[in-house]
Each structure stands twice: as C-alpha cells, then as structure tokens.
Write a protein that binds this ligand. Structure first.
Ligand code: SF4
Ligand code: SF4
Ligand code: SF4
Length: 370
C-alpha cells in the first residue's frame, strides 16, 4: 500500500505550543526532515485552524487542535471530516484515500534533518495567562532548575495537561526524561490559588477529551465538576478520596496517553498541597483570595424603576419579570450576570450590587407603591 506522511501540528499540549514555533522559526529544517522521512511518499501538513505558514510544499489541511492528533487513525478521521478519535490497537494501520497514514510531529522532522535530539521546552512564566511563553531547546537530563528560576513561586506544573505539579524547592530533582521531544514548565506565582488552578486545568482536559471512551469522558467531566465545587464551598472531604479512586481507574483504563495521564495534575496537586484543598473544603475559604469572592448580582432599584418594560427584551435568559407600570424584578436563579440589561434602562434603575442587597419587592408591585 502507498504511504502518506502527515506532519501534524495539531497535537500540542496547550501548555507547549512547540509545533507552530518550529513551523514559524525552523521551517526549512522541518521541510527537509519531512522529505527525508517520507521519501517518495505524499506529504500533507495538518495545521490548526486560523494558522498560516508561508512556503509549505505539499498539501495543507486545517483541523481543530486535539491531543489525539498524533495518532494516525485520529488524523485519518479528521481528514475525513470526523471527530479526532484515536485507535491504538497493536498493528492497526490507518488508511486515508487508499494510503497508509503515517503521522510525524514537527519535532521529529526537525530532529531527522538536524540530527539533534533536543527537547523543546515551553517555559510559561505567568501561569495560565500564557502571555509570556519562551521556547527553550535543552538536552535530556537537564534539571528543571536550570530551565526556570521559580524560587518565589507557589507551584510549578511540569508537562502540561498530562504533567505533574512540583514544589519549587524540588525543581533540581526533576529532569527532562530521555526521548522527550517537547514539554513545558509552567510557573504559578505566590498569589495563585492551587485549587482554582486545577479547576481551570480540569476544565481544559474536559474540553480536550475526544469523548471516545467512558472513563476519560466521564472522568474529565467529574473532575471538572468537583473542582468547581471546591472553589465555591460545595465540595466534601470524601470528594478527595473519590478523585484518588477514579484517578487510579482512569490511569489504568483510559484508552490513549492523553486520558491515562490527564488525572496527574489533579492527583499531584492534592498530594503536594493538601492544606490548600482542606482549607477550601473544610473552612470554605481561600487564603489566596481567589475563590469565594462575593459575586456582584444585578438588581432593579424599586424606587427608580418606572415600569416602562424596555429591559425585558434585552434579557436572553428571560430573567426579568414585569408588566407595564409595575416595578420590574430580576429572577436571580435565571440571571446569568451578563449585564446587558443595564444599558437598556434609561432610568439607570438596573445596577450591579456586591454584598448586602437593597430591599427588593418579592412580588409584582405597582410603581410608587413599594
Ligand atoms: S482517553 Fe480520552 S482522549 Fe483518549 S480516546 Fe479516550 S476519550 Fe479520547
Ligand atoms: S428597570 Fe428600567 S428599563 Fe426596566 S422597566 Fe424599570 S425603568 Fe424600564
Ligand atoms: S444581567 Fe443579563 S441575564 Fe441578568 S437580567 Fe440582565 S440581561 Fe438578563
């Protein structure tokens, strides 16, 4: 069967945008490596949607990003317009357009062309903000303490969505493993809340799960929900045991490397920062001041509202209740706090309130009668 080589730039971990870095900074090496690997076979470059690379030779296609798109079957699926679901059975050959699909990441093409087996490490110095990412090229065995200075940090995540948290004082004990072509080191400053951080990471894993297998699909969903509950006082101490039990099951039973490793940031954070988790769950407080903040709610001031009704159509949630010449009210269970109604009210009767609410009518009341 004819062979087909796909250079997939879509499988990067969110924390390690190495593929597009190589396509934009070392394109000639990547192209030379692809030619050397593919020989006479057809070459296709798979790029994330909204990315462009000038000077590519061969076919170019675009697809969503997904951690599964290093897998030939998942790549064949997206080329056919389907979901990026992988196949990892031994000896399985993925076929697209009558050709055997081989997937190469830009790092491998670069290594082939240059003979350098270095690891490209994305250093994210500002946590999840991703404003300051530097890509460093280092050899296997390099200590994390030689890659980033983080003595003042709260925590460091090594390896992104599939990685582990490390205490800053332990960075010298962690090294880039042999055979790693890309990785990331993400630094969370002293002001960070570790529980809020894992909540956001679990939401990303939930988004990235391709949904093929139950353990990963349901596991990411449960982790997302429980960590959300931890940040707003709804979690229980037994949730920590549940996370550990479910995490172990997923590590053994999930189908692909993404799913198997996805629990690691959460499990390692719980192991290293137990006091922070207990503070959120038992005391229902957050010493970093990130969670449990009083949220502003929108209310209609009863002594200002004229009952004109202009705000009602502005609310997509149907959260505003009222009729002509009656004081309008906002149903807080339905309100999404979008604030759209504020500008619809020429009387400035709709305001955001933090903390104690003003006295509000409990039922529809005629204007001037409250
Ligand atoms: S482990 Fe997750 S990402 Fe991997 S195949 Fe299963 S659902 Fe998809
Ligand atoms: S809140 Fe403003 S826009 Fe809505 S009914 Fe009252 S006065 Fe009219
Ligand atoms: S804040 Fe948004 S959701 Fe809430 S009442 Fe106003 S328009 Fe509706």
């Amino acid at each position: 069967m004819e062979k087909f080589f796909v250079c997939s730039c879509n499988a990067d971990d969110r924390f390690a945008p190495v593929s597009m870095y190589l396509m934009k900074n070392h394109l000639e090496e990547v192209k030379a490596g692809m030619k050397a690997l593919a020989g006479d076979a057809k070459i296709l470059y798979l790029l994330p949607e909204n990315e462009t690379v000038e000077g590519l030779e061969g076919e170019v296609k675009y697809a969503i990003k997904s951690p599964t798109l290093g897998n030939p079957y998942a790549v064949a699926q997206v080329l056919e317009g389907k979901l990026p679901r992988p196949m990892i059975a031994d000896g399985y050959v993925a076929v697209y357009d009558g050709m055997e699909v081989n997937v190469v990441k830009p790092e491998a093409a670069y290594a082939k062309a240059t003979g350098k087996e270095d690891c490209f490490v994305a250093v994210n110095k500002d946590g999840l903000e991703g404003k300051e990412t530097e890509i460093k090229q280092v050899a296997a065995g390099t200590k994390l303490s030689d890659i980033v200075a983080a003595s003042d940090a709260k925590a460091v995540l090594f390896g992104g969505l599939k990685g582990e948290f490390v205490k800053p004082r332990s960075l010298a004990e962690c090294v880039i493993p042999e055979g790693t072509s890309s990785s990331s080191v993400t630094v969370f400053g002293k002001e960070s809340c570790i529980v809020d951080t894992v909540k956001k990471i679990m939401a990303m894993s939930w988004e990235d799960s391709c949904g093929k297998c139950v353990l990963c699909r349901e596991g990411t969903s449960q982790f997302k929900q429980i960590t959300e509950e931890m940040t707003c006082g709804k979690a229980k101490q037994t949730d920590l045991d549940l996370i550990n039990d479910v995490g172990e099951l997923i590590e053994v039973g999930a189908y692909c490397p993404f799913g198997k490793n996805m629990p690691r940031p959460l499990l390692s954070a719980i192991a290293l920062y137990q006091d922070d988790f207990m503070e959120h769950i038992k005391k229902k407080s957050c010493s970093a001041g990130v969670c449990y903040k009083a949220e502003a709610v929108y209310v209609i001031l009863p002594d200002v509202c004229t009952g004109c009704g202009d705000c009602i159509d502005e609310c997509d949630e149907d959260a505003i209740i009222g009729k002509s010449k009656f004081i309008h009210m906002i149903d807080q269970d339905m309100c999404e706090q979008c604030g759209k109604c504020v500008s619809a009210c020429e009387e400035s009767a709709i305001v955001a309130v933090e903390g104690k609410l003003p006295k509000l009518p409990k039922k529809l009341t005629k204007v001037g009668k409250f």
